[in-house]
Design a protein. Structure first.
Length: 227
């Protein structure tokens, strides 16, 4: 295989990964998880949001590499119902995430803290945390790996290669492209929410409601339109 052709194929994998990361359901899932995790805090953590993005991308890329290896070396065939089932699961997850945001807004998920200053004790409510389970973004990423355009853009081209290792390299670079784009989106998301929060608590809460209802809408679409 010529070097230039090989380089072009691998570069194509990376480029398609960059585009694939920005699929609407991916963006919505990350936005919803990050919003649910933020609670009522106006200052978003770049590191926390990027961890969500990175863990999602790791789950997504890991399952694509695992499936590709199974297809190439074990002649494994994915049952036809799996992609449709994965899309329905994604739909349910988006609905749950949206509902979680709404519930956290309604209940404020607050706890009472007391402080004493100059012999005067007073209390106020502060928000508790949101989604902290590190495995949640990974599992969502794994599910996304089964659904949507991922098998078409990543796995099928890899299986067309005459060299198994080139095929795996293609999927690896595709996954690296997904990770890169998702990290860039994570930075953008934090900057956007911080900018919105700067205009006041009311607008910030409205933006969270928009994310919640958009997540539920997308979730309903994926849940009821697939299969």
């Amino acid at each position: 295989m010529e070097f230039n052709f090989l380089t072009s194929i691998l570069a194509l994998g990376f480029g398609l990964g960059l585009l694939h990361a920005l699929d609407a359901d991916h963006i919505m899932a990350i936005s919803s998880m990050a919003t649910a995790n933020s609670g009522d805090r106006k200052s978003w953590s770049v590191s926390v949001t990027l961890k969500f993005c990175m863990r999602w991308a790791i789950g997504h890329g890991s399952i694509l590499l695992a499936l590709t290896a199974l297809f190439i070396f074990a002649r494994f065939e994915l049952p036809e119902f799996v992609p449709q089932l994965a899309e329905k699961i994604i739909g349910m997850l988006l609905i749950i995430l949206g509902a979680w945001i709404i519930i956290s807004l309604r209940q404020s998920r607050l706890r009472l803290e007391t402080h004493t200053h100059e012999q005067i004790t007073h209390a106020h409510l502060v928000p508790t945390g949101g989604i902290h389970q590190s495995h949640t973004p990974v599992l969502v990423g794994v599910t996304h790996g089964f659904a949507g355009s991922a098998p078409i853009l990543a796995i099928i081209p890899a299986l067309e290669s005459d060299n198994a290792w080139v095929g795996l390299g293609y999927v690896a670079l595709f996954s690296l492209g997904v990770l890169t784009a998702m990290l860039v989106f994570g930075v953008f998301l934090v900057r956007l929410q911080s900018w919105i929060a700067g205009w006041g608590q009311g607008l910030y809460l409205i933006s969270r409601m928009v994310v919640a209802f958009t997540s539920i809408t997308f979730g309903g679409y994926y849940l009821f339109s697939s299969g």
